[in-house]
Ligand binder design. Sequence first.
Ligand code: LLP
Length: 384
Amino acid sequence: MMTEERISKLLELETPCYAYDLVHLRATAKLALNEAEKYGFHVHYAMKANGHERILETFSSMGFGADCVSGGEVRAALANGFKPEKIAFAGVGKTDSEIDFAIEQKIFSLNVESLEELQVINERAGALSEKVRVALRLNPDVNAKTHHYITTGLEENKFGISEWQFSELFELMEQCHNVDFTGLHFHIGSQIKDLEPFKNLCNRANELQRMFENHGYRFTHLNVGGGLGIDYDDPDNVENPDFSGYFKLFHDFLELKPGQELHFELGRSLVANCGDLIAKVVFVKKGRKTNFVILDAGMTELIRPALYQAYHRIENISRVESPASERYDVVGPICESSDCFGKAVYLPETQRGDVMAIRSAGAYGECMASGYNMRSLHASVVNE
Ligand code: LLP
């Protein structure tokens, strides 16, 4: 449950809007850092989860690296205090100007997703008379067992270089004189709650690393991406998720070479629970089969339920004392039937004007908002 003090502030907001709790954010981030530091691991914040400036500043000042997937994110990382030598840049479709910018900035690593891209990066680095640090993103063909839209490490996905391409890759690597091959990168998917797929990733990464070693390649770092899932039913708990078990698993199962660094790119697990989408009830509409709570926020503000059938906890913060005795479908105002935050949700008896908090919306919420139906979102608010 949120504190009374927080609730009273949230009740005053113009809606719809995102409300971030930086106290919760710092506590989560600190916990993750402490657990990672036990093993000397390095953590990058996956900026795609939430690019709010205050959130970026928080991570850069605490010593996190940044994980970027566009030139825009690299620029935002630099503008918000991340040092170039802590920035990783992945993505299957980097444009020439994004590649040039990353080379010029001398970032930690360009994570290369295809042979075609490697060739271009080598050429661009040559044209700029630079030697560029590259990590090869490999597609490990490991099933993350999560929603198919957020699975990335299967051969059918567009991400990374697959094993069947290795003989051609080894030949190409020989010719890439402007590239310093510094790392291997993996990312199997997102919202992975069961740790088993990460164990499978470790075993597969060990095997893949050996193949490169047999060809004379030694890497200074491995990067195992992000993907650690959270419990969407437990938004107020800073120990959600279990960072300790997660990092320990990599310590136990991933074989690091002497002096080799291990990097992570966590997004959701760091920021999901620091943000709520705050919305007001426009109408409570009676239906024959179900009653609808219609909010002034919809899939335009938070698309996750519509796109991935994702669950977010919904709380009527105007009536925290009342029992959750009524059943509603909680929906938005958008002209799409998929614009639904939850079906058969039990809430206190709800009225027009009540304020709802859609919880754990700090990750992939505001950054995925759209202007569909010509809507606009109020500026987000931050609680120190
Ligand atoms: N590294 C790479 C290369 C990634 O593609 C991602 C996420 C991450 C790290 C961070 O993953 P995380 O720790 O946040 O799971 N919009 C979807 C999630 C998309 C994830 C995209 N890649 C959602 O709302 O569930």
